[in-house]
Write a protein that binds this ligand. Structure first.
Ligand SMILES: *Cc1c(COP(=O)(O)O)cnc(C)c1O
Length: 449
């Protein structure tokens, strides 16, 4: 039997062999140089930003798109446009990136979490209705890791309770649900253009919607709340509402446009790589590859697997088993490791409920009358035990990195070979479970400095 790398053997591959995301070529170079040659580098009406808006609105079958500086800014703009204000609650999933919830705090509203579906890891529509209260104004629905949430029942429940649905599609550019593309179903949808995402501008965000009044409000929020004179089209330096500085820039917008031209091709490679891994890793006892429901197309922003000691024939806790397998695979040269380590409501921000400057706001704001306010020291409005499915997931999932293009079959074969080797030597891997190794994806894999 081949000796595991964690035990002094030769690694299957090296992390340096995995190719970097994003894929940058001559078309990206040309796009960025076009901006330099033109000499227009900023402004919300600038040519690259406004073309990006038109192209992305068309891609999502939407009337309008507003380009902004981050996905988080796009979410905040959407909530502000939706009329979320102090006293409101905003529902989101317990397994997502923090920004799906912190954007509600940025609007002085109170986040409420809903547990996830055990197979898709998305917000569980069966648990949604009981989280809706008279204070609920909006639901932020993340499409987690590139798989769209079950939008039909979510839209139905939202309609019944007159709640606004905002898709957090920051991980799902080009994913589809029953033939509908991510960002085309909710009342509004938000995307990120950061370096990790399937559509990359370096940094940036996109908000798509159909309602003109919301669009106007969101664009005010994007730029200081500053009004523009109808006739002269000049800024009058008279802020009508509270706004921020969420503008985009021409260089990231130009890069995003060049990337957009390649999005479908690059997503197809992700899907091909993922299909191979799902088939091959699925044969290994104790590995659960991602589940894709019928009539949905995953965009495979992340490739999630779950590790089950029992199915693998190992007597260990899920956490110990997961850590041992991660360390052994990392030693074999894979980029591997957890993304979220706990359900979002378990984070200190929600456990302490300190809020703005430790004032306890927005929960303690006098305008807020709901149940998430901590009235007694023993109250735990964000008790992590309320999210058992997300909690169980965070014990035993990990992410296999490097399934993005230009990685292809040779790299996927290395990943499978590393898994097979480790799973043939699980007793050795378990003996190394406490080694001081910290599995993760190298930042260079995602073009970060
Ligand atoms: C990336 C991401 C965001 C935030 O996007 P930024 O551009 O980094 O601000 C929000 N929600 C989810 C689910 C994300 O993955």
């Amino acid at each position: 039997m081949e000796k595991l790398a964690i035990d002094g053997g030769k690694p299957v591959t090296s992390r340096a062999a995995a190719k970097r995301w994003p894929v940058l070529d001559q078309t990206d170079r040309d796009a960025v140089l076009r901006v330099i040659d033109r000499g227009i580098v900023a402004g919300s009406g600038a040519p690259e930003a406004s073309s990006l808006e038109k192209e992305w609105a068309a891609y999502c079958n939407r009337k309008y798109c507003l380009a902004t500086c981050s996905g988080t800014a796009a979410l905040h703009m959407a909530l502000a446009a939706a009329g979320v204000e102090p006293g409101c609650e905003v529902i989101t999933s317990a397994f997502t990136f923090l920004a799906s919830a912190s954007c509600a705090l940025h609007q002085n509203a109170v986040p409420v979490f809903v547990d996830i579906d055990p197979r898709t890891y998305n917000l569980d529509p069966n648990k949604l209705e009981r989280a809706i209260t008279r204070y609920t104004k909006a639901i932020i629905v993340p499409h987690i890791q590139g798989l769209m949430a079950d939008m039909d029942p979510i839209m139905k429940i939202a309609k019944k309770h007159k709640v606004i649905v905002i898709e957090d599609a920051c991980q799902a550019h080009g994913a589809t649900y029953k033939g509908k593309v991510a960002g085309s179903i909710g009342h509004m949808a938000c995307f990120s253009l950061n370096n990790l995402k399937n559509l990359c501008g370096g940094e940036g965000g996109l908000l798509v919607l159909d309602d003109e009044t919301w669009k106007q409000k969101a664009s005010l929020v994007r730029m200081f709340g500053d009004e523009v004179d109808d006739e002269s089209k000049l800024r009058v330096y008279n802020a009508s509402i509270l706004g921020y500085m969420y503008r985009t820039q021409e260089l990231p917008a130009a890069l995003a446009r060049a990337q957009l031209a390649k999005l479908d091709t690059l997503n197809a490679i992700r899907r091909k790589n993922a299909a191979y891994l799902i088939r091959e890793l699925g044969k290994i006892k104790g590995v659960t590859p991602p589940y894709v429901p019928p009539r949905l197309e995953h965009s495979f922003f992340m490739f999630n697997i779950r590790l089950d000691p029992k199915a693998a024939g190992v007597s260990a806790t899920p956490v110990d088993f997961r850590k041992a397998v991660e360390k052994a695979l990392y030693a074999e040269g894979l980029h591997i490791g957890q993304w979220q380590t706990m359900p979002v409501p378990a984070q200190d921000l929600f456990q302490t409920q300190w809020g703005y400057g430790r004032t306890g706001c927005p929960w303690d704001c006098e305008k807020y009358k709901g149940k998430m306010k901590k009235r007694r020291a023993s109250d735990r409005p964000y008790d992590p035990d309320n999210f058992p499915v997300a909690q169980a997931l965070c014990r035993n999932y990990t992410v296999v990195h490097g399934i993005h293009p230009p990685n292809g079959l040779p790299e996927m074969k290395n990943i499978v070979a590393a898994f097979k080797k480790v799973f043939a030597n699980l007793d050795v891997a378990m003996a190394h479970k406490d080694d001081r190794i910290y599995p993760h994806a190298d930042s260079s894999l995602y073009g970060t400095g």
